[in-house]
Ligand binder design. Structure first.
Ligand SMILES: [Mn+2]
Length: 392
């Protein structure tokens, strides 16, 4: 019977996954082969980084949306949606591209030198949960799919500290979801989901564009779904009350505007702005980190959304709306690491569009490495839980 076979597989996978807290891939070196009995490194070639099926960082894969029982502390999930783009489409292939770009990040070589931690070795349970099913035929429906898929993963008890108090509105410790887009439209349904758990949140937004443009109305009658796209979602998020209004910040901005009023409009959405060129004028990388940290504070739950077009197209050409004059991959990674210690409740990386990448996979590697920095900070911080108020 089909169902019983599926269930059987799920139980087998659960048993394998729960046996060990280290992030062991299910398919390790092939121990049945004679050359895997050679002492030392003799056997690992059967599982080298260029072979096998790609999950993010070779993390164990489990189709979490197929089983409500599955637990994790951090889950990677793809949202392959790109029908909200205004220029070059293709970010629906972002999740698989980022996984491909992450092949050299893994348990065996995952020590993050500047952050002094290997995020693949901890007591936390971290999974690649595959992709949220997303239709490419109906944006309104797709946006609901993304919100509900994300929220299904977010509202579960975490693997660790499930009964400890946490930062969520209900005082619970929740798992952290890292979403791989998809065009930037996906951040609206992700924030709707986050809002259900945490209420209005602080957002750090890395991007070359503001993404807070007031939607244009065509033909006299406003269509709500049509007005939601990768350049307007923060406007909607602000109008829906999903954002704090005094702690958000954009970083890496360098877009041209339709006029100065774009910045005024942004003010309604509660963002401060760090322009990309400020790296040359406000004490470099350290100045930028300070400006971000001063804005968001250390107590607030913070959501991090990173558009790969923050990077200069020399470093990440594989994106839908490139803008020259951006930061290097080194600069962005250092700035992101500068957020170490902030209460990151979730994150996304978006607009990775592999069709415009080079054969050298610059953009997907950059995206994967930025996620690796985020994953390391989340693991270092541990579950976002704390003793009950009367015990503190
Ligand atoms: Mn964007």
């Amino acid at each position: 019977m089909f169902i019983s076979k599926t269930t059987l597989f799920a139980f087998a996978a659960l048993a394998a996954a729960h046996g060990d807290h280290r992030q062991e891939p299910f398919a390790g070196p092939h121990k049945g082969l004679w050359y895997n009995t050679i002492p030392g490194d003799g056997g690992t070639q059967a599982d080298s980084v260029f072979s096998g099926i790609s999950t993010f960082g070779r993390l164990p894969y489990f189709p979490c949306l197929a089983s409500e029982e599955e637990k994790y502390d951090i889950a990677f999930i793809g949202a392959p949606f790109d029908t909200g783009t205004s220029y070059r489409p293709g970010a629906r292939f972002g999740p698989s591209g980022i996984r491909q770009g992450s092949r050299r990040l893994n348990l065996y070589g995952g020590y993050n030198v500047p952050l002094e931690a290997n995020p693949f070795v901890s007591d936390l349970r971290i999974l690649d949960c595959g992709d949220i099913p997303v239709t490419s035929y109906d944006n309104g429906w797709a946006i609901q799919q993304i919100e509900h898929g994300h929220n299904n993963l977010l509202m579960r008890k975490p693997f660790t500290n499930a009964d400890e108090y946490g930062l969520s509105r209900a005082g619970k410790t929740l798992p952290r979801i890292i979403t791989m887009g998809g065009d930037h439209t996906i951040t609206l349904p992700l924030l709707r989901s986050i809002n259900k758990a945490y209420g209005p949140v602080t957002v750090i937004h890395f991007d070359s564009h503001l993404d807070s443009w007031k939607p244009k109305v065509f033909g006299g009658s406003p269509s709500e779904v049509a007005s939601i796209n990768h350049g307007t979602y923060f406007y909607h998020a602000a109008m829906e009350g999903l954002l704090r209004n005094d702690t958000n910040i954009h970083a890496g901005i360098r877009t041209t505007l339709s006029g100065p009023s774009d910045y005024e409009n942004d003010g309604y959405c509660g963002f401060e702005i760090v322009e990309a060129r400020e790296i040359d004028t406000i004490a470099g990388i350290e100045g930028i980190i300070k400006k971000i940290r001063d804005r968001v504070g250390t107590e607030n739950p913070v959501y991090l959304s990173i558009d790969i077009d923050t990077l200069d197209p020399a470093f990440a050409p594989g994106t839908g709306t490139p803008e020259t004059g951006g930061w290097t991959t080194r600069e962005l990674r250092t700035i992101v690491r500068g957020l170490d210690g902030v209460n990151l409740i979730g994150a996304d990386i978006v607009e990775v569009s592999p069709a415009y990448d080079t054969n050298a996979e610059l953009s997907t590697m950059a995206a994967a490495d930025v996620l690796y920095e985020i994953m390391t900070m989340m693991v270092k911080k541990g579950p976002l839980s704390f003793p009950a108020r009367n015990e503190r």
